[in-house]
Write a protein that binds this ligand. Sequence first.
Ligand SMILES: CC(C)=CCC/C(C)=C/CC/C(C)=C/COP(=O)(O)OP(=O)(O)O
Length: 261
Amino acid sequence: MDGNRRYAKNHSIALKEGHKHGADALVRVLDCCFRVGVKNVTTYAFSIENFSRKPEEVDTIFSLLKYKLAILSNENQMCDLHNVRVKIIGNKSYLPKDVLDDIEMVEEKTKHHNKHILFIAFPYTSRDDMWYSINKIIEKFNNGEILIDEIDEKLIENNFYYEDSSEKVDILVRTSGHTRLSDYMLWQCHQDSVIEFPNTLWPNYKFYHTWWTIFRWSYYKTLMIQDAETMQLKKVSREQVNKRYKDIPKIHPPFASVNKA
Ligand SMILES: CC(C)=CCC/C(C)=C/CC/C(C)=C/COP(=O)(O)OP(=O)(O)O
């Protein structure tokens, strides 16, 4: 969710208002994802590096997290309506007690929901996640709970902050035009993951950006099994898929003018 501060600057509003618009954008995007059938969503809400920001800004982001968590998990709100379980992933040892209490409350309140999972990475980095997993495995090995032969890819994944839900990423979106991953999803991205860097600041990211990204991905997946000309079911080569994927416009023409505005 990149671009909140630039959005605030562009609109001459306070920095905390920029983050507030960012948090609102997240709710809109999540609603769209769950409506169109995306199973699980992870949002990179706060990286461990973000602690180097001014304490007032860190406090603002913490308060927004608490506020939005309370709303999302309220009766008849998003978690209820879309049957979403919330899980916070990341190094919780960095978090103050009041934030931890709220996290525990929302995880407990939504634990029976089983259609979607919303992972909120807070505070998170991929390297810290891998380090956490390796440490847990070493501990289990030292306690005699696992044998050396049992250490494999699956075991490493099962010991991430995600625990048993470490599915591979289908689509990764980083907004604002920066083309870097910032220590995110380094393990979870695989050979078929689609990575998008839309040139849109996060608070401007609307449902139609979300919908179009998901639509393009679905089309890309279809190409894997269906020849677009003959409509025959067959596997086309990765080169053909990639070429066709590049041909799909990034922003659908009807949305182009809306996007510009
Ligand atoms: C419900 C929930 C998870 C809420 C969390 C609150 C929230 C919106 C967090 C995002 C904070 C953040 C570091 C945004 C990145 O933009 P930036 O500040 O790096 O902007 P810039 O790239 O323009 O500097």
